[in-house]
Every structure is written in C-alpha cells, then in structure tokens.
Design a protein around this ligand. Structure first.
Ligand SMILES: *Cc1c(COP(=O)(O)O)cnc(C)c1O
Length: 438
C-alpha cells in the first residue's frame, strides 16, 4: 500500500517509509491511498476469531509488500497477547477494556505494533534510535513496547518533576535498550528538543532517528483491530441487533480516527461519539463547523488534555472536509471534572464498576446519546483506574489496588540522565547512545 500526505505536497511512499519518516515533509499526515472493504465472510467469522487473526486480516493490505505475510503473523502473535474483554456494565451499555497490556493503557497496542514493524525494517538496515517526548503515558507505552527489541535504541525525554511517580517508574526502571532523559523544563521544551533533533543535519548523518508519536501509521492502524473485535463480541451476544454506537474518549484523536477507518473498511458501527474533557475543540467543531485549536486546559483526565488534536486532519480527510457528513456519523460530547468525579462515584456505587477518568467521559456520553440514537452502546476504557489512584481514591473513599503489571515497577531502581533544556546536551546524549549501540 502507498500512503499520501493529507496536504498533498509530498510524494506518495510505502508503509515502511511512512513508519520510519513518521511525518511527511509538507506537515500533513500519511493516509492510505485505498481503504479496502472487508468481505461479508470476514464479518460472519468475526465473533469467533482470535485477536491476532483479526489483526492479520485487517492490516495485511496496509503493510504489504514491505512486511511479508509470515512476518506479519509473527508480529501480530507477539503484539496481541493480552485480552481485550467486552464487559457488560448495565443493560445495553458495554465497555471495551483496553487496559490489560503491560502499562495498563490502550497505547500499549499501537506502541507494541510499531516496535515490531521498526524491528523488521531495522534488521535489514542500520539501527534505529527512537526519540520521543512524553508528558507521561506515551513514554511508558513506548518504552515497554520497544523493550528488548533488537537493533532499536529508545530515548525518552520528559519534564523533570512533571510526571506522576507511577508514570516515571514505568519508563525509568527498564534498562536494556531504553534510556530516560529528564529535562529541566516543561513538556513543551522536551517536544521542541525532539523537533530540533529531527531537523539537525549532523545527527541525521550519524544516526537514523525515528519518532514514535501517535501520528505514526504503525501506531494508528493497529488500533482498528480492537474495534472489529468489540463488534464481534457484541454481535455474539446480540445476534439479531444491527445498531451500535461506540464512544471514544479522545485527546489527539488517533483512537477515534482508527475507529472511523475501520468503519470505512465495512465495520457496521452506526455512530461514534467523540468524547472529550474541557478541551472541547472537536465537539465545538461538530456543533458549529468552525475548527479553533486552543491552548490546552489541565483536567483529571490528563491524557486527553490536548488543545490541538494532531490526528484530526485524518478524520477531516475521511469525510472529505464535509462538516455535515461528519455530523451524520460522529456525535460530540464533553464533560468537566465535577461531572467526571460524580459519574465515577455513581457507577461504582450503583453498578459496581470502577471507571477511570477517561472512560468515565465516554460512559457519560453514551448515557446522553443512547436514548436519542436508539442503539446499543460500547464505551472504550482506555486506562486502568489504578493509574489515577489519587483522583480515584479521593472520589470513592477507597484504596484501589495496583494491578500486577504496575506493582512490578515499584521495587526497581530508576536510571535517569538529567540534562538542561539545551540542544547541545541532548545531542551529546544521543551520540553517546549511538556509540554504545554501534
Ligand atoms: C492517549 C490517551 C487518550 C487519548 O487518545 P487519543 O488517541 O489521543 O485521542 C485517552 N485515554 C487515555 C488513558 C490515554 O492515555
């Protein structure tokens, strides 16, 4: 498959090139030249298909010919090793639990898939250094996704003192091919340093740098897999029903963009809900037709604190920039911190289900829309509630247990290099990394 840029000023390239480059030169986003529609036989078989099998069927058209069928099978078998259960919360309301991976957040899926793709490409060429800036969740998913993957070195920049303890442990204690760099600055400074590194000609001569942020096609496309899986599981329990709405807690909108691409491939989801916190740029656009990015506002659903959603151009592309066409399929919703806290408490007490702050927003959005849309509803749970132990315990008055995956990080020693907010310092760290791996 070839991929073009949504800005149409860069040449079309293959999957491999799109994964390594990350972003087209013209600052658009890579988008597949064709979106294949899956046959009826696939949807009939779906309720009984295992995740790796679904992944192969959904993804092979995009990864061919750069990844051979056998290699794709190996990758999918390694990536989809944990369950993604569809759990009933109340009548006609189900949740898809995407938090059973190694860092207890849905980003595990895209990060693991991307790491295996890059490994396949790096085996044939020179080693790749993955450089990524994080405000918390991305760093842990990328670090764990790439841990122990041969021929790849990972450098994670984060703001010193600016991430939670659990998050920091998840990417500073791993060792092996993962290096954590604490920057004396804010997240924006880390991001600026990463940009500078990619633009630096000297570094480009010495090493192959790659980014692992959420716009990379190798993180975006595998997220389609669990939408097909969710529908299959729902269909199993509702063989005669046809209408279902999926609510997606959204920040950079990669997750929702994957759901919508799955729909273009034939997935019979009637509606999607774009559910956000107070950073309601997209719900506002859905209402008014005017798209106005803004500085982000801090909320308790902090993985969604995004004021300029970087995957949104892909969604516009799918609806050919037509506001009304998007409105027909995508419904907007937003919630403030007080409503998030209230619904976590209420659902815990009345239904015995503990929502995390992100999933809570998508649950709320279904409660608002289902009576109007008259469909079944599935909301995505994107992180384990224990990742937000502070806020959750404060709301429920309880003491939530950490899942085993998170406990495992607790007793390990941190390994961190500290640098000033200065490109010279970063450049030195990267070159040192290069010597170690060479
Ligand atoms: C990253 C993240 C989101 C937002 O996903 P996008 O694909 O950026 O919209 C939602 N919830 C959690 C827990 C996340 O980590």
């Amino acid at each position: 498959m070839k991929f073009y840029s949504t800005n149409r000023q860069s040449p079309k390239i293959t999957f491999k090139e799109a994964v390594i480059k990350g972003l087209p030169q013209d600052k658009g986003l890579f988008f597949p030249e064709q979106v294949p529609v899956l046959p009826a036989s696939f949807f009939e078989a779906l309720p009984d298909m295992a995740l790796p099998e679904i992944a192969i069927q959904v993804l092979s058209a995009y990864t061919a010919p750069d990844i051979e069928q056998e290699a794709l099978r190996e990758i999918c078998d390694e990536v989809f090793t944990f369950s993604i259960p569809l759990v009933k919360v109340e009548d006609e309301v189900y949740t898809l639990e995407l938090f059973h991976g190694p860092t207890c957040a849905f980003k595990d899926i895209g990060a693991r898939f991307m790491s295996r793709c890059l490994q396949t490409f790096a085996e044939k060429g020179k080693p790749v250094t993955v450089l990524v800036a994080t405000s918390g969740d991305t760093g842990s998913a990328v670090a764990n996704g790439f841990l122990g993957v041969e021929n790849i070195e990972v450098v994670i920049l984060y703001p010193k003192g600016g991430v939670s303890d659990i998050q920091e442990m998840q990417f500073t204690t791993l060792g092996q091919n993962i290096r954590a760099v604490a920057v004396e600055g804010m997240f924006d400074d880390c991001q600026a340093l990463v940009k500078q590194a990619f633009a630096d000609e000297e570094l480009a001569k010495e090493m192959q740098l790659s980014s692992a942020n959420s716009i990379n096609v190798a993180r975006w496309l595998p997220q389609m897999v669990y939408y097909f899986h969710a529908w299959g599981q729902w269909k199993k329990q509702h063989p005669t029903q046809t209408e279902v709405t999926i609510a997606v807690p959204s920040g950079n909108f990669g997750n929702l963009a994957a759901g919508l691409l799955a729909r273009q491939m034939g997935l019979p989801v009637t509606y999607f809900v774009a559910a956000t916190n107070m950073n309601k740029i997209v719900p506002d656009y859905l209402e008014s037709g005017v798209y106005t990015p803004a500085p982000s506002v801090a909320t308790i659903a902090n993985a969604m604190d995004v004021g300029s959603p970087n995957n949104f151009p892909r969604i516009l592309e799918m609806f050919e920039q037509q506001h009304t066409a998007m409105q027909d399929v995508v419904k907007g919703f937003w919630a403030d911190d007080d409503s998030i806290k209230a619904v976590i408490k209420q659902v815990n007490e009345q239904k015995g289900y503990l929502l995390d702050p992100h999933g809570a927003i998508s649950y709320l959005s279904l409660k608002q829309y289902l009576p109007k849309l008259k469909t079944s509803g599935i909301f995505l749970e994107t992180a384990h509630p224990a990742k937000f132990k502070g806020s959750i315990d404060a709301v429920t008055g309880g003491d939530i247990d950490l899942p085993e995956q998170l406990k495992a990080f607790q007793n390990r020693a941190k390994q961190v290099v500290s640098i000033k907010n200065d490109f010279k310092d970063l450049s030195a760290v990267l070159q040192q990394q290069n010597e170690v791996s060479a």
